[in-house]
Design a protein around this ligand. Structure first.
Ligand code: IMP
Ligand code: MG
Length: 244
C-alpha cells in the first residue's frame, strides 16, 4: 500500500520523498496521515525535493553541496535587533532559573556569538559546557557523531541547551537523547533561530529568538562552509551552484 523511500535508524524515522507539485502533495499527506492513524508508533515524514537537496548539502553532497557563496545579499537581523532578542531571552532565563544554577550547554561551533552575548545579560549563577559533533554520510547507521562530550556531571542539574539554529532538528534530537541518559533534573532548549518549515524530528523549544523562513542564513556564529561566522548581523548569502 505504501513504502517510504528511506529509513533513518538513528532517528527511527521513515522518510517519504516527493517531487510532486505542491497542490498534488495533499493526496500524499492524506496517505501519510492514514498510515500514522493505523500505526501510531511509526514516525514518518514527507520531504520535498528542495528539503532533500538541502539535507544532502549539509553532508556536502548533492547539487547544493557544490555551491559557493559570494557575499551577503540581504541583512535579515541587524546587530540591534539581535541585541534586543538576546536581552529578552536573558531576562526570561534569569527569572525561570532563579536559584537553580543552570548548566548552559553549547554545541559547537555556531552558538559561539549567541552564548557569549546571552550569558553576559544573565544575572544568576550558571555553569557552561560544550559539546562538539560531526556530520557523516555513508557509514551505515551513525549520521551524527559526538566528537567532544560534556565534561561536567549533569546528573540532577538543570540543563539548558544553547543552539544557533534548529533546522531539521535531527542533530538536536540525537543530542537530547544522549543527554537524557545522564539524568539531568531538567533539559530545555534555547535557540536563536528556529526554522520550523524544515523540521523532521519533533522537538519542544523553550526559548526562541527569531523564526526564520526557508532561506539559508549566515553571520553571528552561523557559517556557510566555515565562512561568515564573524559577521555581527544575520544575513542571507549569495549562493550559486558552480556547474563545472
Ligand atoms: P538540524 O540537525 O537540521 O536541525 O541542523 C542544525 C545545524 O545545521 C545547526 O546547528 C547549524 O550548524 C546548521 N544549519 C542549519 N541551517 C543553517 C543555516 O541556515 N545557516 C547556517 N547553518 C545552518
Ligand atoms: Mg550547530
Amino acid at each position: 500500500m505504501f513504502s517510504p523511500d528511506f529509513y533513518l535508524p538513528a532517528l527511527d524515522l521513515y522518510v517519504e520523498l516527493t517531487t510532486m507539485k505542491q497542490k498534488l502533495i495533499t493526496h500524499k499527506n492524506r496517505k501519510i496521515r492514514q498510515l500514522q492513524e493505523l500505526y501510531p508508533d511509526i514516525n514518518i515524514t514527507l520531504m520535498n525535493k528542495t528539503n532533500y537537496d538541502t539535507l544532502l548539502a549539509k553532508y556536502g553532497v548533492g547539487p547544493l553541496g557544490q555551491a559557493s557563496a559570494h557575499g551577503i545579499k540581504k541583512v535579515l537581523y541587524s546587530q540591534e535587533q539581535i541585541d534586543e532578542a538576546v536581552s529578552e531571552i536573558a531576562t526570561r532565563i534569569s527569572s525561570d532559573y532563579d536559584g537553580k544554577r543552570p548548566v548552559f550547554l553549547g554545541v559547537q561551533r555556531g552558538f559561539i556569538c549567541f552564548i557569549a552575548d546571552l550569558i553576559r545579560r544573565i544575572n544568576i549563577p550558571l555553569d557552561i559546557d560544550f559539546m562538539a559533533i560531526s556530520h557523516y554520510l555513508g557509514d551505515d547507521t551513525n549520521t551524527v557523531k559526538i566528537t567532544k562530550d560534556i565534561d561536567l556531571d549533569i546528573k540532577g542539574r538543570h540543563v539548558l541547551l544553547i543552539e544557533d539554529i534548529i533546522d531539521t532538528g535531527m542533530t538536536l534530537s540525537l543530542i537530547l537523547r544522549h543527554l537524557k541518559k545522564r539524568s539531568p533534573a531538567s533539559l530545555e532548549v534555547c535557540t536563536l533561530l528556529d526554522r520550523k518549515t524544515r523540521r523532521i524530528a519533533d522537538i519542544a523549544i523553550r526559548y526562541t529568538g527569531f523564526s526564520v523562513e526557508d532561506e539559508f542564513v549566515v553571520g553571528y556564529g552561523l557559517d556557510y562552509k566555515e565562512e561568515y561566522r564573524n559577521l555581527p548581523f544575520i544575513g542571507i548569502p549569495n549562493i550559486s551552484v558552480d556547474c563545472d
